[in-house]
Design a binder for this molecule. Structure first.
Ligand code: KPL
Length: 293
């Protein structure tokens, strides 16, 4: 089994690391600090601890589950450490990084995107809890990815499966974008759990956001109906009713949010297609004004 390198120490990255280890993969962590790092993994049916030291280079198989705004910097730092035919898997909320990363890679370096609904959180700096079993969608983004297709798919199945492999991952990314562009900014602004959004008080705001989303998605070549998006948003609100969205949590803790890669991405797409999105624009402005940065 090939050696995988997971970048960062976020909850999803540590979840994937623990599950790769459980499946028998050699796995190491790339962190900013070179100090040894131990963490404890807990799930409904398992608990164990793992220790990490200085990672071995060059890296051939890399999972990069870092926030959208940190992706390009992280890739730039990794470039000198990557094997000539390295395979890099991005995983985050929002859109807009793929176009930034593709031109940075060498011809034989493969790029992938994995979108996951697994839930994990860090109870403290060194304990990660697998809080909700989800699933993932994986897609290759360039020709070089196909050279190592089987290895990447098998490992991602172990790390964050059950896995669906899509020939074109863009529709899945747009669908996830719809969910994030409605739930995340509203819950951040109103400081509420996802489930609060099912109250009738939010119905007209959500409908407007969805109608605007569908207009821009259609203009960008994504064939969604208002009904499809409405059903999906409703389903996620119900399934994650007790959760605070990632943007709500970032916002309340004064951390940078993924707004620029969720609502910001949508607004930039709208501009390209000469569309106005007043409801998204208003949410964006309100959150920018209230954001720490
Ligand atoms: O992806 C999410 C997030 O919080 O970022 C959702 C699906 C909204 C779940 O909370």
């Amino acid at each position: 089994m090939p050696l995988w390198t997971v970048v960062g120490q976020g909850a999803i990255g540590l979840l994937a690391t623990a599950r790769l280890h459980q499946a028998g993969y050699p796995v190491q962590l790339h962190r900013r600090s070179s100090a040894p790092f131990d963490f404890i993994f807990q799930s409904a049916d398992d608990a164990f601890s793992l220790s990490f030291h200085t990672p071995l280079t060059p890296y051939s198989f890399i999972l990069l589950p870092v926030k959208a705004y940190a992706v390009v910097d992280a890739v730039q730092q990794l470039l000198p450490l990557l094997a000539e035919n390295a395979q890099l898997v991005l995983s985050h909320n929002g859109m807009g990084t793929i176009e930034q990363v593709l031109p940075l890679l060498k011809p034989k370096q493969g790029l992938w995107f994995l979108s996951t609904s697994h839930g994990a959180f860090k109870a403290n700096q060194t304990t990660v809890i697998h809080s909700g079993k989800g699933q993932s969608v994986l897609g290759a983004l360039n020709q070089a990815a196909f050279a190592q297709q089987q290895s990447v798919e098998e490992a991602m199945q172990a790390a964050l499966g059950p896995l669906v492999v899509e020939g074109d991952i863009k529709p899945s990314l747009w669908l996830k974008l719809a969910v994030n562009a409605v739930i995340n900014p509203l819950t951040a602004l109103h400081q509420c759990k996802n489930g609060e959004l099912s109250r009738s008080h939010y119905t007209s705001a959500i409908t407007l956001l969805i109608e605007e989303f569908v207009r821009v998605a259609n203009a960008a070549g994504q064939d969604f109906s208002v009904e499809t998006i409405q059903n999906r948003v409703k389903q996620v609100i119900e399934q994650t009713a007790e959760n605070y969205s990632s943007m709500q949590q970032d916002f309340v803790k004064g951390r940078r949010t993924e707004l620029e890669y969720i609502t910001g991405f949508l607004l930039r797409q709208a501009e390209q297609h000469q569309l106005q999105l007043p409801a998204h624009q208003a949410l964006y402005q309100l959150l920018l004004q209230k954001s720490p940065r």
